[in-house]
Design a protein around this ligand. Structure first.
Ligand code: SAH
Ligand code: SF4
Ligand code: F3S
Length: 470
């Protein structure tokens, strides 16, 4: 009999990757995924600790799961509830104190031991299983080969994990641990496996992906630029992206990769956080706003159509109106295709939480809304500028409307195409194809397009009938 597994994922793409690996680890034990906690035998919340709101959400979700657990017990069955990910790593046993219904707590570096943990929790009801160490064994060596979802066209591939940067506001170095880069050969094997299953686009993931320094097949350390070159040679992988980068680790090799490798998409998420040198220093970012401007100039020289996005924090301790004005000036100078911006959130145990001069909540809100207004208008302008152009779109799935398919432009914009009625029968055949599309409309965060008549679907690298079924 199959058991039901429900996983809820919070936070960043790395958590998405990890949740998929957890599902794969549990499949041989008879667990099949279900999209609701109701009636599930095992519920895993794969959590995020980055801001207070994200962390608190876990407890309110646990409250919602409790009645389902009780209902299951009434039927004489058990629901194992696990808290995984970065909140688990940061709070450990405290989670069980606050929410005694939790049976398992494990961090991002121990989930390869999940089968053992589940067996233990199943044996001993009422005795929570905790595992938040940073084990010496290589988690990646113990994980099964990544298995893309059936029909998945895009996939994440973790190449690097952890962070040694210690920005003063950030919990990641504590929750994910020290930087670790996977060897090139392992990454290429995973990329080949994904391609053989129909994946055409991979996003290389790392908390600091461009700090990548994995062992190459030649025994030397390879940087991210070199790794991207090798991934671009994997047959069937036509598009490559990477995230998240740190400005300090953008080297010439990576810039050259943007110049030379057509498969490397002209899109870069390069968080800057603030435009004020004073604030950047207090954040321990170890670069100035002008350093960032120069890096962007070099990247744009290499790849003039590069679309840039960033993360911003407003209201960092001590941020003055003048500091904030510097952020606005930087955003105006760069011109972003999109961005994420957040109010500074005090995180326990980080140096910034102990700094004086915490910024008033009302001031934070005002700054956030004026920054977001500017970023929104830049994004709208960027999207509007693609109207009338022809862009290659990788179609990923059916859209909400009948006859609609949705894909992504090279700049990661969602592109919607409504097929004419006479072509609707071929809708699914477009999925996994890169097709030239004429952009007809830019609305909100999405583009609308028509398939360009001269644009024949580019052939799929792998015959769909020969996709390896996992
Ligand atoms: N490794 C990435 C970012 C990881 S966290 C980098 O170096 O940029 C994602 C984003 O969350 C950060 O870029 C930052 O903008 C935001 N963030 C992190 N800690 C935060 C905090 N304490 N309060 C508000 N935003 C925060
Ligand atoms: Fe956090 Fe800074 Fe590391 Fe990014 S570089 S994960 S913001 S400590
Ligand atoms: Fe959140 Fe952990 Fe990712 S704190 S952003 S899930 S690394």
């Amino acid at each position: 009999m199959t058991k039901k597994l429900h996983i809820k994922t919070y936070g960043c793409q790395m958590n998405v990757y990890d949740s998929d690996r957890m599902a794969e680890l549990l499949a041989p034990l008879g667990y099949g995924l279900t999209d609701t906690p109701e009636g599930a035998d095992l519920v895993i919340l794969n959590t995020c600790h980055i801001r207070e709101k994200a962390a608190e959400k876990v407890y309110s979700d646990l409250g919602r799961i409790r009645p389902h657990k009780a209902a299951k017990e009434k039927q004489g069955e058990r629901m194992i509830v696990a808290v995984a990910g970065c909140v688990a790593q940061a709070e450990g046993a405290e989670i069980v104190n606050r929410a005694p219904m939790v049976d398992m707590v494990f961090g991002p570096q121990t989930y390869h031991r999940l089968p053992e943990m589940v067996a233990k929790a199943a044996r001993a009801a009422g005795q929570p299983v905790l595992d938040t160490g940073f084990p010496v064994e290589d988690k990646f060596d113990r994980l099964p080969e990544a298995r893309p979802g059936t029909g998945a066209v895009t996939a994440f591939l973790t190449v690097q994990e952890g962070c040694d940067k210690f920005c003063t506001f950030c919990v990641v170095p504590y929750t994910r641990g020290a930087e670790f880069s996977r060897p090139v050969a392992r990454i290429l094997a995973e990329a080949r496996h994904l391609a053989a299953n129909g994946v055409r686009e991979v996003t290389l993931l790392g908390q600091n992906v461009n700090a990548y320094h994995g062992e190459g097949p030649d025994g030397r350390e390879w940087g991210l630029g070199r790794l991207i070159r090798a991934v671009a040679e994997v047959e069937g992988i036509d598009r490559i992206r990477y995230t998240t980068s740190h400005p300090r680790d953008v080297d010439q090799e990576l810039i050259n990769a943007h110049r030379d490798i057509p498969a490397l998409m002209p899109y870069l998420h390069l968080p800057v956080q603030s435009g004020s040198d004073r604030v950047l220093e207090a954040m321990n970012r170890k670069h100035t706003a002008d350093d960032y401007r120069r890096i962007v100039d070099r990247l744009r020289d290499a790849r003039p159509d590069l679309a840039l996005t960033s993360d911003f924090i407003v209201g960092f301790p001590g941020e003055s109106d003048m500091d904030f004005a510097e952020t606005i000036r930087l955003v105006t100078d760069i011109g972003y295709a999109g961005s994420f911006s957040f109010k500074y959130s005090e995180r326990p145990g980080t140096p910034a939480a102990a700094m004086g001069q915490q910024v008033d909540a009302r001031v934070k809100s005002e700054r956030l809304s004026s920054l977001q207004q500017l970023l929104e208008s830049q994004q709208a302008a960027f999207n509007a500028a693609t109207r009338g152009t022809i862009l290659p779109v990788l179609f990923e799935k059916r859209g909400r409307r009948d006859r609609q398919i949705v894909g992504r432009s090279p700049y990661l914009q969602p592109v919607h195409v409504d097929l004419p009625p006479d072509q609707a029968a071929g809708l699914d055949a477009h999925i996994g194809q890169i097709v030239d599309c004429r952009i007809t409309e830019a609305a909100g965060h999405s583009l609308f397009a028509e398939i360009e008549c001269s644009g024949q679907p580019r052939p799929l690298a792998v015959d769909p009938d020969e996709r390896i079924s996992a």
